[in-house]
Design a protein. Structure first.
Length: 178
């Protein structure tokens, strides 16, 4: 009988431990799925504006580059992202990655063409596959029509358009696809 009680006690401890770990994992997943506050994103932009401007200038100069991240580079000549070797002058890729790290960005991108209309940095993403939401800090050539006064208010609305911009300064905007 004593052996059965010890066994049941061990099972209860293991089940309780598993439940605690699951609760912690679910809490972390929930908190990561919430977008950062607009105020924090804008403060980060102003704190690192020179780096954002430098990334914009680099992406506008490197016309073959479409997307850059710490995992590699996507160019107009490659249908899939590849390692950066041979795609840029020596040190250029490392410069991109260092700037992204400095601003806490995940990837940098530009539109195709000689003069891109949009150049930006991905600063947050959550989801999986076709259901991923993003926030980007973008330089936009012309003011977009689909602007909102506040991203924080936009998230709280029950119904909302999918892609919106929130003006920061000059041609810089927060972009959210929700």
């Amino acid at each position: 009988m004593a052996q059965l009680q010890i066994s049941l006690k061990r099972i209860a401890i293991v089940l309780l431990s598993v439940a605690v770990v699951l609760c912690i994992l679910l809490t972390v997943a929930f908190l990561r799925s919430r977008p950062p506050r607009e105020k924090d994103l804008i403060q980060n932009f102003y704190s690192h504006r020179a780096a954002y401007e430098q990334l914009k200038d680099m992406l506008r100069q490197d016309k073959q580059v479409l997307r850059v991240a710490n995992w590699g580079i996507e160019t107009t000549g490659s249908p899939f992202p590849t390692p950066a070797e041979g795609k840029l002058p020596p040190g250029r890729y490392e410069e991109y990655v260092a700037l992204l790290k400095q601003i806490n960005g995940s990837w940098a991108f530009r539109d195709r063409g000689e003069h891109p209309e949009v150049v930006g940095v991905g600063v947050w993403a959550s989801g999986f596959g076709g259901d991923t939401r993003h926030i980007q800090i973008c330089w936009v050539d012309q003011a977009p029509a689909n602007q909102v006064a506040s991203l924080d208010d936009y998230y709280r609305r029950a119904t909302r358009p999918r892609d919106v911009y929130r003006h920061i300064d000059d041609n810089w905007y927060l972009f959210a696809d929700w």
